[in-house]
Design a protein around this ligand. Structure first.
Ligand SMILES: Cc1cc2nc3c(=O)[nH]c(=O)nc-3n(C[C@H](O)[C@H](O)[C@H](O)COP(=O)(O)O)c2cc1C
Length: 371
């Protein structure tokens, strides 16, 4: 009989920590600042091992089919995730998937096999796409904003059906299945966790119906609370539960001055042309959502120096300041912090040694107060 492993959604409610896998060159900032981060497999294997030993729960790979705004080289997300899983024992790795280039039958099959190979540690991040040039370059039709989410939702419904049912039948506008039985099914029960990204109305509505996790761009506790309350109210009406992850570019240093200096240096060295080009592309993609609340709708030039508004979360300062801000995010309903770093390996290690113990202490204190 196959071993059954519950997904972590059934485990405790302590904050979870993820890091961005730098499987794309140039790191996580659109800046010419020196970075001791590399997109190679060797670097990433060492990083995954350090992250796992430092207390990180998840690693998030990125999917990019072509260069754009600094990402000159890009390793493919599913095969790269598999390599990281092979090199670790506890870390969960999220493979980023773009519906369009990928079809749900292939993804369901690939990830079921990887789930077996990794003993139940693979997860998926369904990204709906913002980069029209990339789709054009590989000959994929570029759907309008809300159509992209309609396709993603069908994609997720199809995945869940294939992973959990025998003789699965699905007649959608984008995907069709007829009496399809996948064997073997994944070992995680009910299925590997399904994450998604976005901020727009369509992204939130999809989360409130089908996703296990909703990832959003960097934001203040007040800003993200508005989204969380909105999504959770809708999810409750759908009898669905969704967890929330927020992006943050983390700069933890022994003093606040040092941390602020690093931020100032990143922005001073911004690749101005690339930041503007990236801003034009993502704002076009976001504005295309009918209500205009897409991921980057309010981003300033400085925000855009980090691909997903990570400076806005303000996890920049001393370990104590950062730990307090992380716990404040938890108090408005955040379940997971997704961290980007300038020099990944050394900063992930510093975070594990200096910040995480403080977070756990503050979480325990908050729990005692409630009890
Ligand atoms: C945490 C996170 C990770 C993402 N990873 C990718 C990725 O690897 N590749 C990609 O093309 N888009 C990625 N996206 C983009 C989203 O899937 C989505 O297309 C974008 O956020 C647009 O959202 P909107 O509908 O709010 O405008 C990511 C978004 C977030 C928040």
């Amino acid at each position: 009989m196959t071993q059954v492993i519950p997904t972590s959604s059934t485990r405790d409610d302590s904050l979870k920590f993820a890091y961005w896998v730098p499987n794309v060159s140039g790191g996580l900032v659109v800046s010419k600042i020196e970075q001791r981060t590399h997109w190679s497999l060797d670097y990433n294997v060492r990083l995954a091992q350090v992250a796992e030993a430092s207390g990180f729960d998840y690693a998030l790979s990125q999917i990019r089919f072509t260069a754009g705004y600094g990402a000159e080289y890009q390793h493919e997300s599913v095969s790269f995730s598999q390599a990281l899983l092979q090199a670790t024992t506890r870390l969960k790795v999220l493979a980023a998937i773009l519906p369009g280039p990928w079809n749900p039958a292939v993804v369901a099959k690939q990830l079921a096999t990887i789930d077996h190979i990794s003993n139940g540690r693979v997860a998926i991040n369904v990204v709906s796409g913002w980069f029209k040039g990339e789709f054009t370059a590989i000959g994929e039709p570029w759907l309008e904003h809300d159509e992209r989410y309609r396709r993603s939702e069908e994609f997720i419904r199809a995945l869940k059906g294939i992973w959990t049912e025998d003789k699965f039948t699905f007649l959608g506008d984008f995907y069709r299945f007829h009496d399809y039985t996948l064997q073997p099914k994944p070992i995680q029960q009910p299925h590997p966790e399904i994450f998604q990204g976005g901020s727009s109305r369509a992204a939130r509505d999809m989360a409130s119906r089908v996703s296990d996790w909703y990832f959003t761009n960097g934001n203040t506790p007040e800003g993200v609370k508005l989204q969380i309350d909105d999504i959770r109210a809708k999810a409750a009406a759908n009898n669905h539960r969704v967890k929330i992850g927020i992006n943050a570019f983390i700069i933890a240093r022994d003093t606040e001055e040092e941390a602020q200096q690093v931020l100032a240096d990143i922005i001073r060295n911004a690749d101005v042309e690339a930041v503007h080009a990236f801003g034009d592309a993502v704002k076009q993609a976001g504005k295309a959502s009918p209500e205009g609340q897409g991921n980057w709708a309010k981003s300033t030039f400085e925000d855009l120096v980090q691909y997903n508004d990570g400076f806005r979360t303000n996890l920049i300062g001393t370990p104590q300041q950062i730990a307090e801000r992380i716990v404040a995010l938890k108090s408005v309903g955040v379940d997971l912090i997704l961290g980007g770093f300038l020099h990944f390996i050394e900063e992930v290690e510093y975070f594990g040694q200096r910040v995480l113990p403080l977070v756990r202490e503050l979480e325990a204190r908050a729990e005692r107060k409630v009890a």
